[in-house]
Design a protein around this ligand. Structure first.
Ligand SMILES: [Zn+2]
Length: 57
């Protein structure tokens, strides 16, 4: 998936990539990295873990 001319730094083309930590958007021109809204869903999972710990404590 390529996001044409979407880079806030250089207005270059960016691509959606995925690694062990989730999705990120990488600029092919300057290497600028940003994170899509999918990242926020993972943060929500961490909040759920915190709630479980509070109940068991
Ligand atoms: Zn760029």
């Amino acid at each position: 998936m390529v996001l044409f001319k979407s880079c806030p730094r250089c207005s270059g083309d960016r691509t959606l990539e995925e690694d062990l930590y989730g999705y990120y958007i990488l600029c092919l021109a300057c290497g600028y990295v940003s994170y899509p809204t999918i990242q926020q869903e993972q943060e929500g999972l961490f909040d759920a873990d915190v709630d479980v710990k509070e109940k068991t404590a």
